[in-house]
Design a protein around this ligand. Sequence first.
Ligand code: FES
Length: 188
Amino acid sequence: METANKEAETRLLISEEAFKEIEDRAEVEDFVRVKLKGSSQRSTLYEISKLKGKSLESMDEKIFESGIFWKKIMLSKDLKNGEKKKINHHKNEILIVRNDDNLSAFSNLCPHMNLPLEMGQITNENEFLCPFRDSKFCLRTGAVKKWVTTNPDWAPEEAVELTKAIKEIPLNLLPIMDKDGFIYIGTN
Ligand code: FES
C-alpha cells in the first residue's frame, strides 16, 4: 500500500476494506485499480482527501479524568444499542457491549472455563449469556446471574463433580466511558 501511495503520488490511498469502514465520513479524491505486490488480482484503492467529522487520526489520544488514564478506542456511533465489539487492549481481547443505555467492557474469556464470549447473547434483562454453557452475567455490575450448574447427560461423574466445585466468578468489568463522540477504556 505504501508503494502504491508513492507511485500514485497520493496522500492517503486505502484499500476497499478500509474504505468500507470509513465510507460515511471520507471524502474521495480519486480511485485507482492496481495489482498490489503479491497479488495477481486488481484491487481498487481509494484516495482520501479529507475525513469529515471526528478524525480517526486522533484515535490514539489519551486523556486523564477521575484519576484514570483513558484511551480512545472507537467512535460512539460505531457501537449501537444492543451491539458488541471485540477490541485488543494490553494484548488481551476485550468485549465492549452497549445495551440499555449502558456500556460494559470485559475480557472476552468466560470466567468459568476461559472460553471466548464473543458469540454470546445479550438478553432482554441486560445480561450476557455465555455461548458455551448457561452462565449469565449482569452487564451493569458483572455479577453472576446464573452460574453453570448443569452437565449434559453424557458427562462423566468426575465432570459433574468438577462443575459443582468451580465457584462463581463474576465478570471483571473494566472502566469504560462515552464522551464527546468517542468511547474510551480505562488503562490503569
Ligand atoms: S465457558 Fe462460559 S459458562 Fe462455561
